[in-house]
Design a protein around this ligand. Structure first.
Ligand code: BTN
Length: 247
């Protein structure tokens, strides 16, 4: 795979940068990657902002041209968490777990998040932006702004992380997982995801809007749906505005 990377010191959002390129109808190399030292308008899932201080973390977006359309978005975002976890294991030895749909966790604290955004176009393709935020070395003043339990790579590995070296490993792991996904979607990858499921066997509450459903978390199936078992009945939960918590 040839490497095509754009590096910024400051940017509104690396996801926004790729969305702008897509909307300007430029021809974008598949796999084009945008990285920035900080973001002024970093965004997270569910309309939240992603605190993005300078020089501390990793903010990276990668372009993916989909021949299938929006149905790929949810499945793709699942395997991105897997690639991040693989890279963390390869670089630090720490096994990070996955919280459906796409948080990367260590000791039940969030270490990285994934935001996939899509733009359909008249050219028949679906243009996807895979956004990845990884906490590396959280500054105190940023920590105060984060409302959910978090951790970072330095804390969990007890090592000083070289972000460039780590990004090289991450890009290699992303290539592997994305190539596998292109060939046969989740048919092999879902088992690897399940090996890292942070909620495996736990009783969970799943909130969609104002509806709460509970059951035992079994893992994902080949379509990327989350399987929840209650009274011997298995339900399949699909992505979207769903949040998962231990009961
Ligand atoms: C989440 O809410 O868990 C997803 C966080 C995604 C943050 C990354 S940082 C790089 C990319 N650019 C953005 O504006 N967001 C994503």
């Amino acid at each position: 795979n040839n490497l095509n990377i754009e590096v910024h010191g400051i940017i509104d959002s690396t996801n926004q940068r790729l969305m702008d390129l897509i909307r300007s109808k430029q021809d974008i190399d598949d796999g084009l990657t945008v990285i920035s030292e900080c973001q002024t308008e970093g965004r997270g899932r569910r309309g939240r902002s992603w605190i993005s201080p300078f020089g501390s973390h990793i903010y990276l977006s990668r372009y993916f041209k989909s021949h299938e359309g929006l149905s790929e978005v949810a499945a793709l975002s699942l395997v991105i968490g897997l690639a991040i976890s693989n890279a963390i294991e390869r670089y630090t030895g720490v096994v990070a777990e996955l919280k459906w749909p796409n948080d990367v966790m260590v000791n039940n604290k969030k270490l990285a998040g994934v935001l996939v955004e899509a733009e359909g176009q008249s050219d028949g393709f679906c243009h996807l932006v895979i956004g990845i935020g990884i906490n590396v070395n959280m500054p105190e003043e940023s920590a105060e702004l984060i409302t959910q339990p978090w951790t970072d790579l330095q804390m969990v590995s007890k090592k000083t992380i070289d972000r460039n070296e780590f990004i090289a490993v991450l890009l290699a792991e992303l290539d592997k997982v994305i190539d596998a996904f292109r060939v046969d979607k989740l048919t092999k990858l879902y088992k690897l995801w399940n090996n890292r499921n942070a909620f495996e066997g736990d009783v969970v509450n799943i909130t969609t809007g104002d509806r709460v459903k509970s059951g035992r978390c079994i893992g994902i199936d080949e379509t990327g749906a989350l399987l929840i078992e209650e009274d011997n009945v298995i339900s399949r939960i699909f992505g979207g505005e769903v949040s998962l918590r231990r009961a």
